[in-house]
Design a protein. Structure first.
Length: 179
């Protein structure tokens, strides 16, 4: 369970050159750079959400995500069930939607199928053209908002349990606030 703070950490994973930094830079600063110094991802345990990025022009970059996904599952364990995770096919501007033309190696249906196997959501993006970048981060926030609502409802149900209006029931009611 994330510690209580206003910070929200989204961890972006993927093979080198798939556009992880470009997606974040496009979202945060609204810019795109053709060349970028590679970053090092180091916050598995602290992540509140995960974006797993591959390039639609590189099947190998999708395959390289599998051990990363396995490591996230192992690190997060049962907690992963409620954590927002997105599988993202970046560089969709470099190949046709149907996989024809361009340098596309991974069709949208293949990315969708992998996301279903992993139990996460899927989206294709282009940091270069700004296609679906805002939508990607908005979807993560929506997933987190839904998770928080669910967690609040679960904790209220647990607080009501016990089935009687015993001594503690009134106190519980006084401390609950509905948002």
């Amino acid at each position: 369970m994330p510690e209580q703070s206003n910070d929200y950490r989204v961890v972006v994973f993927g093979a080198g050159g798939v556009g992880k930094s470009s997606l974040v830079l496009r979202f945060v600063k609204g810019t795109f750079r053709e060349s970028y110094i590679p970053t090092i991802e180091d916050t598995y345990r602290q992540g509140h959400a995960f974006i797993l990025v591959y390039s639609v022009t590189s099947r190998q970059s999708l395959e390289e995500l599998r051990p990363i996904w396995d490591a996230i599952k192992e690190t997060k364990g049962a907690e992963l069930e409620g954590i927002p995770v997105m599988l993202v096919g970046n560089k969709c501007d470099e190949g046709g939607e149907d996989g024809a033309g361009g340098a596309r190696e991974v069709r949208p249906e293949e990315g969708e199928a992998e996301a279903q196997r992993w139990g996460c959501k899927f989206m294709e993006t282009s940091a270069k053209t700004n296609h679906n970048v805002k939508e990607l981060f908005q979807e993560l926030l929506n997933m987190e908002k839904n998770r928080n609502i669910s967690l609040q409802l679960d904790s209220k149900k647990k607080g009501k349990g016990g089935g009687g209006a015993g001594k503690g029931a009134g106190k519980m009611k006084e401390k609950c606030s509905v948002m």
